[in-house]
Write a protein that binds this ligand. Structure first.
Ligand code: SF4
Length: 320
């Protein structure tokens, strides 16, 4: 993979001439991704690592616009340091998905650059940052090298059972208040019950705090042969999409495990040619739960006040 640094000038660290991004928007993007509000891409570009990457929308997008201001290097790894300041400009407390067009824990990215991103996250505690990776070991390694801030949500993709078995035990070891799993694109039934059973799923607990489920989407699913082996939506002869009748238990099972373990469950979509093709409802309703970090923050504030006013210690205690 090429590692390239995007700049407003004409050359990168190595002195090679690269694309100039003068037309690229300079603020985090409002996004249609239904479980977040904004995307922030201090880098772009990636490499496939597991079956869920086969229909990577970021690669399709980046290669389609290769050579333009938005993606001068297509899907080759591109470091974008000028974008580091973007969250500082966003005043409203917001949910921000970091690296929707890359993977934060790519081995080809130096930890020193990851540190700069974490510095920004740390200095903007009003925002919550959602970081979703398929490089679970790299995430765990980094989290042991540098303590992750409380507003860093650590997530892994578990598109099938093999990836769930590998990645979920890893994310459960990352010390942050919110750990999450995204089962998208869902490629099989995924059972997480034995992975999370008995763990505390509350924000700040030691279990899983969120699960997102999404069926695959993309124009490749218009092909009936592709739909026979992938995707959770079917298409009739008039072109109308609906949930795949034999795969409806995939999200149901996870929803029920989440309910039994107190884990917020977000049903994103059935998928199809477009994310909206077969709708966003499971058993007649939407499921759009997210971790209640605000409630947790309030609990902690109450705890601080109680400690401060307690006669036995805290801020109000007599000097010893
Ligand atoms: S890890 Fe994510 S961004 Fe990278 S190729 Fe796979 S799906 Fe695309």
């Amino acid at each position: 993979m090429n590692r390239q640094v995007e700049s407003k000038g004409n050359s990168n660290e190595a002195g090679r001439t690269i694309g100039i991004a003068i037309e690229e928007p300079e603020i985090v993007h409002r996004t249609k991704i239904r479980w977040t509000e904004f995307t922030w891409n201090p880098m772009s570009g990636c490499e496939a690592v597991s079956p869920g990457c086969a229909s990577c929308y970021a690669r399709t997008l980046a290669e389609r616009f290769r050579g333009t201001a938005a993606f001068p290097n297509g899907f080759d790894l591109t470091i974008r340091p000028h974008k580091l300041v973007e969250p500082l400009k966003l005043r409203e407390p917001s949910l921000i998905f970091v690296n929707s067009t890359s993977d934060f824990f790519l081995d080809a990215v130096d930890d020193t650059y990851r540190d700069q991103i974490i510095d920004v996250i740390e200095s903007t505690p009003q925002h919550q940052y959602q970081v979703l990776t398929k490089r679970h070991e790299s995430m765990l390694r980094y989290s042991r090298r540098r303590r992750l801030p409380a507003n860093f949500w650590a997530g892994v993709t578990a598109e099938d059972q093999a990836r769930a078995d590998l990645r979920i035990p890893c994310v459960l070891q990352v010390d942050v208040p919110v750990r999450f799993v995204s089962v998208e694109p869902a490629l099989s039934m995924v059972d997480i019950s034995r992975l999370v059973n008995g763990r505390n799923s509350a924000v700040g607990g030691d279990g899983l705090q969120w699960l997102i489920w999404g069926g695959e989407s993309g124009l490749h699913l218009k092909d009936e042969k592709v739909r026979a082996v992938r995707g959770c939506a079917v298409r009739d002869e008039r072109g109308k999409w609906s949930p795949h009748p034999e795969r409806m238990d995939w999200p149901r099972t996870l929803r029920d495990v989440c309910a039994a373990n107190g884990i917020p469950f977000f049903f994103k979509q059935w998928g199809g040619a477009r994310p909206t093709s077969a709708g966003h409802e499971l058993d007649g309703r939407k499921w759009e739960e997210i971790p209640d970090v605000q409630a947790k923050a309030m609990q902690e504030a109450v705890g601080r006040v109680e400690r401060a006013t307690s006669p036995s210690g805290g801020w109000g205690a007599s000097p010893r």
